[in-house]
Design a protein around this ligand. Structure first.
Ligand code: FES
Length: 120
């Protein structure tokens, strides 16, 4: 799957879905400003957003398994910390982008993190 990453992002929050549309624990893919991201809810009820494409071989991470704050890619088992995007288990070595999440009432909003934006 190829992905077109915008050269610049607005950084503004856009509504992505309601909490009811997310699995109780798990991930769902969504498109924000033309970019496919994975919206993840953990067992603790936290919601995170990361790029949906595994940095190892370009498959959808939203089809992976959630274990605490770790997402495991379904294809080769790479593990990513969904809070930082850093790979915590091989074979992936490149982090995935992590985006800003805001919950208002029952609604999930995401602001894409621009490249070079290290704030969380
Ligand atoms: S495609 Fe995700 S670990 Fe290989």
């Amino acid at each position: 799957m190829s992905e077109t990453v915008p050269s610049a992002t607005t950084g503004s929050f856009v509504r992505v879905c309601s909490l009811d549309e997310l699995p109780t624990v798990g991930a769902a893919a969504a498109e924000v400003d033309g970019r496919i991201i994975s919206i993840i809810r953990t067992a603790d009820g936290e919601v995170h957003a990361i790029d949906d494409t595994c940095t190892h071989a370009n498959v959808s991470l939203s089809e992976g398994e959630i274990d605490g704050c770790t997402l495991e890619c379904w294809l080769h088992g790479s593990r990513f910390d969904i809070r930082t995007g850093e790979p915590s288990g091989p074979p992936a070595t490149v982090p995935v982008a992590v985006h800003h999440v805001k919950i208002e009432g029952d609604e999930v909003f995401v602001a894409l993190k621009t490249q070079g934006d290290s704030t969380s």
